[in-house]
Design a protein around this ligand. Structure first.
Ligand SMILES: Cc1cc2nc3c(=O)[nH]c(=O)nc-3n(C[C@H](O)[C@H](O)[C@H](O)COP(=O)(O)OP(=O)(O)OC[C@H]3O[C@@H](n4cnc5c(N)ncnc54)[C@H](O)[C@@H]3O)c2cc1C
Length: 501
């Protein structure tokens, strides 16, 4: 089967790398087409822990990957000003506490909080304690160790990652063509894509087309008209300014998302620079205001002229249509609040491999891919909406809109269940499991009215001992972890650029 990937951004090269590694080359040939003139989106720096499994499948060495992409480690995301101005909480990549008497930890915490025995839940999350102290170490393998209670991701330069994967994919037989697609020809009977024509006049035929052409969705939308499900009414941010600068402080092992009057500002420390950007809603904030809000809080002058990006939250109605599969920005967009875009690329690649079509293109593959990807997008959508909706802020029109807007039924149900019973509705699989929902619910001040009554089987003294024991254990374990920068140096990060002083 001839596979043509259209687009060489992060999505295109991640797809090319995975297909060249995981499919048999005697059955599948992979070609990637990209246009340097058009370029890539060129932002995207924070990730979620799953990327480690993607890199492992490719057989990448972590230290090499980190050096090439100027990566730092990430234990979670700090959210400032989301519930109330002045508030701060961290969504960590890890669990809270340990269960007791078969009851999940947070129920005991809710009970203890009611009686004044417990304060912020942060004291029972090892990755939060470590993040607040700027420390990092690889998690321990021994499940009995408190250092096994977290995971981690990376903060990296996505452009360098794409370049790294290009070298990787080309070494495994992926052919790259430079050129701009000006036309796509469909089969008159089946409506399947047959060839793309380049500006140079060259025509390239393929059996399977993977549309990684970015927001424009060259094949999936412009040619096949798959349609777009617009979620702007739930996620009204539609623009961003991005402006990297030098780091003026220590390299925090976490990303920061600070809520502003009509959106939020990201701060992502890499080895050689800090990524900054302001995601905002043009309906509630002018471009000038958004830009000055970003520039006035940079820790050092911007490296380049700030770049503006425009987008619309949502996804293609059909992400796979006939013999075209869209991946990356061509498939949809959810703002980077929880660093999920690269993860959605990874998921799409995984499902495509699982449902890889035969030459007869059984419609079951397309149907299942579309079903499961829709589910993944919707879950992440709900999780992101939660951050906006569960707010107490009433200081601007934007926050009043978000606080009072109608939300998807799926999210309303989850919020109600948690608020009443402290129960996080379970997903069998997929993104953002209980611990993540818990962190954001509690961080956003959605505190359960009731806890699991089985907690009352534990007498108050035993509960106090349990809480104090875990708190002390975590604090001690974090004390043994090195500072993040020290750890980066140990694994060979470049001394000259580290912290970019
Ligand atoms: C403001 C912002 C912040 C973000 N932050 C994060 C983050 O922190 N974490 C995260 O995971 N993700 C983030 N993302 C998303 C991330 O940037 C993208 O998911 C990722 O870069 C993938 O982009 P892409 O490859 O789909 O598209 P692009 O980078 O746009 O690449 C498109 C490719 O298609 C090619 N192309 C287009 N048209 C043609 C044509 N006619 N002929 C030939 N080639 C063509 C282009 O040349 C390019 O190679 C962010 C996105 C935005 C907008």
């Amino acid at each position: 089967m001839r596979v043509l990937i259209v687009g060489g951004g992060t999505a295109g090269w991640m797809t090319a790398a995975a297909l060249s590694r995981l499919l048999p080359p005697r059955l599948v040939s992979v070609r990637l087409l990209e246009s340097e003139e058009i370029g890539t989106v060129g932002v995207g720096e924070a990730t979620v822990p799953h990327i480690r499994f993607f890199n492992a499948k490719l057989g990448l060495d972590e230290a090499d990957f980190m050096a090439r992409t100027r990566a730092t480690f990430k234990l979670g995301i700090e959210f400032r000003n989301w519930s109330r101005v002045g508030d701060s909480y961290i969504h960590p990549f890890g669990a809270f506490g340990r269960e007791l008497a078969g009851v999940r930890f947070h129920h005991h915490w809710v009970r203890a909080r009611k009686t004044g025995l417990a304060g912020s839940i942060e004291a029972w999350s090892l990755p939060i304690i470590a993040a607040r102290q700027g420390r990092f170490a690889h998690p321990a393998d021994d499940p009995a160790s408190p250092l096994s209670t977290y995971s981690y991701a990376y903060q990296f330069d996505a452009g360098l990652y794409a370049a790294f994967l290009r070298t990787y994919a080309e070494a495994r037989g992926v052919a790259r063509t430079e050129g701009k697609v000006v036309d796509v020809a469909l089969n008159g009977e089946s409506g399947f894509a047959e060839t793309v024509t380049l500006e140079s006049g060259e025509r390239i035929a393929a059996d399977l087309f993977i549309d990684c052409s970015g927001f424009r969705g060259l094949l999936i939308e412009q040619t096949l008209g798959a349609g777009y499900e617009d979620w702007t009414h739930w996620l009204p941010c539609d623009r961003a300014y991005a402006a990297p600068c030098d780091s003026a402080g220590t390299l925090t092992p976490y990303t920061r998302a600070t809520a502003r009057e009509a959106g939020w500002i990201w701060r992502i420390p890499l080895q050689h620079r800090v990524g900054n950007g302001h995601v905002y809603s043009s309906g509630f904030c002018s471009d000038d205001r958004a830009l000055s809000a970003l520039l006035e809080q940079l820790e050092s002058p911007a490296h380049t002229e700030p770049r503006q990006l425009r987008f619309r939250a949502g996804k293609r109605r059909r992400q796979w249509s006939r013999n075209v599969v869209s991946i990356g920005l061509a498939a949809g967009f959810l703002e980077p609040l929880e660093s999920t875009s690269i993860h959605l690329i990874q998921l799409a690649i995984g499902y495509l491999l699982e449902l890889f079509p035969d030459p007869d293109f059984d419609p079951m593959n397309e149907a299942e891919f579309n079903r499961i990807m829709a589910l993944e997008y919707e879950r992440i959508r709900d999780f992101i909406i939660l951050h906006y909706h569960a707010t107490l802020r009433d200081d601007t029109a934007f926050w009043n809109y978000c606080r009072t807007m109608e939300i998807p039924d799926s999210l309303a149900y989850r919020m109600e269940l948690f608020r009443e019973r402290g129960v996080v509705a379970q997903y069998r699989e997929g993104m953002f499991l209980d611990a993540s929902w818990l962190a954001v619910f509690l961080g956003q001040n959605v505190i359960p009215h009731h806890y699991d009554p089985s907690s009352d089987r534990v007498d108050p003294a035993s509960l106090a001992t349990h809480l104090a024991g875990i708190g002390a254990e975590y604090a001690q374990a974090v004390g043994s972890m090195p500072q993040h920068e020290e750890f980066l140096r140990e694994i060979g990060a470049d001394h000259r650029t580290l912290g970019a002083q």
